[in-house]
Design a protein around this ligand. Structure first.
Ligand code: SAM
Length: 439
């Protein structure tokens, strides 16, 4: 720096020609640096934008019919049906039975006509990609600290996940709880099919809709598959796990791959899932996003990989970290063949055939003293369900691993109901030295 300053004084003392020359050179340098910065940031964002993302226009178009007519209170009352579970009843009859006022229907109609406003808000909050916010590690956001892991911190990082797996997350994954339609199924019914879900006509929903909060009603009453924030995965690795070679026995909508690849120390990521589109898109994302890192994606049940000789030959004792969030038994029902809950018909057989075998796989692919971290829902244990995931799954894990720590995964609840609270726990285990594995 001193040499540079001295250089400036020398130039100043050499007269106007040198001074002009000096200015030109400095400008050229500055422009060069600027150009390089712009080039690199554009290069990275354009590169990632090679993925096929859903645009706002495409998204809005999904919710309009070609020969659509404006909704009027009268037309809605005479044509619409009300859905209760699988049953459909004419709205007119439903209004009489439940004493629903015309004003309630009018408000709903106004919202149907103004759907683009809501859809735009939803898109901007939940699906919009911000190219400058794609590289978590580069946007000067610190990783969350140990014991402060919150899945709803910097939710913008979930958008890429929701965008690339939009139909799987918002429509194809069904709730394990009866009569909770998916978010997209309800919206398609309302906007395209003249079918109103009965919950939209309840007094509490009517109250929120009248107060301009139809979005909160949609988000609270209708099901969307849960997703892990890649920022949480990144934070866990940066602050707690410090893994370099990672294996995931489920892909969690590509979130784990994305979060780990953001961690500068991670050199390799290997994962498996059974939803073909999830496997394909995770691979694509990794190839485009971080081509320099080693990534290997399988599309096979994790419990089968344990018996797969070529996989085991390649990866026995290979990884330092295993991370995933398994299916929470029947809380979410994914759409594909080979789903663990379809293959094993009872909870007991699911625990033995899916979970125990997957734990043996994790044990076998981890190096000595390797770390296993998974996120589980305490859902069954807190509600009147007949199964207790936390206790039952952890008991099996403890045959092969020693529990090191447990911490809650926080979720800020922004909804008008609490049914989505699942009390998720982050558990960290260390591989035991001499566990007995039976094939
Ligand atoms: C989406 S994650 C669990 C949800 C979690 N909250 C998350 O996103 O992190 C569950 C995944 O397990 C996958 N899965 C189900 N059965 C499997 C099996 N036998 N082997 C591997 N993956 C399986 C599902 O396809 C699904 O993608």
């Amino acid at each position: 720096m001193w040499a540079r300053l001295l250089g400036t004084f020398n130039v100043l003392s050499c007269g106007p020609v040198y001074w002009e020359l000096y200015c030109i050179i400095m400008w050229a340098r500055l422009l060069g640096t600027l150009y390089t910065c712009i080039y690199f940031s554009l290069y990275f964002s354009i590169d990632i934008l090679r993925m096929k993302f859903v645009s706002l226009k495409t998204f809005i178009r999904l919710f309009h019919n070609k020969d659509e007519k404006e909704c009027t209170t009268r037309s809605l009352i005479s044509n619409a049906m009300v859905r209760t579970g699988t049953k459909l009843r004419p709205l007119k009859q439903y209004m009489e039975d439940r004493n629903i006022s015309k004003e309630t229907i009018q408000t709903l109609c106004e919202n149907i006509n103004a759907r683009d406003e809501y859809l735009t808000r939803f898109y901007n909050l939940s699906l919009k990609i911000q190219p400058e916010m794609l590289h978590i590690h580069d946007v000067s956001i610190r990783p969350m600290k140990n014991k402060e892991m919150n899945n709803n911190q910097h939710i913008v990082f979930k958008n890429i996940i929701r965008n690339i797996h939009m139909f799987d997350i918002l429509q194809h994954t069904k709730s394990g709880i009866d009569n909770v339609p998916t978010f997209f199924d309800m919206l398609f019914d309302l906007y395209l099919n003249n079918i109103i879900d009965y919950k939209l006509l309840t007094p509490s929903a009517t109250h929120y809709i009248k107060n301009g909060r139809i979005g909160s009603v949609f988000s609270s009453y209708y099901f969307r598959a849960s997703i892990m924030n890649p920022y949480l995965v990144y934070s866990l690795n940066q602050s707690v796990l410090h893994g370099r070679r990672i294996f995931s026995p489920t892909l969690g909508w590509s979130s784990y791959c994305y979060g780990f690849l953001e961690s500068p120390n991670v050199v390799e990521y290997v994962g498996t899932d059974v939803i073909p589109s999830v496997c394909k898109k995770t691979k694509e994302l990794a190839e485009i996003y971080t081509p320099s890192k080693k990534v290997d994606i399988y599309c096979k049940p994790s419990e089968d990989l344990y018996k797969d000789d070529s996989f085991m030959k390649k990866y026995k004792h290979h990884f330092d970290t295993v991370f995933f969030s398994p299916p929470y038994y029947e809380l979410e029902l994914y759409k594909s063949s080979n789903q663990s809950t379809d293959k094993y018909k009872t909870y007991e057989s699911w625990l033995i055939e899916y979970w125990d075998e997957t734990m043996k796989l994790c044990y076998s692919v981890l190096e000595k003293h390797g770390t296993l971290c998974y996120i589980l829902s305490g859902y069954g244990s807190q509600n009147s369900h007949k199964y207790d995931l936390l206790t039952d799954m952890n008991n099996i894990t403890k045959k092969y691993f020693r529990l090191m720590s447990t911490q809650p995964m926080y979720n800020k609840n922004v909804h008008v109901t609490t049914h989505r609270e699942t009390g998720e726990q982050i558990m960290i285990f260390i591989k035991k030295a001499n566990a007995v594995l039976l094939k």
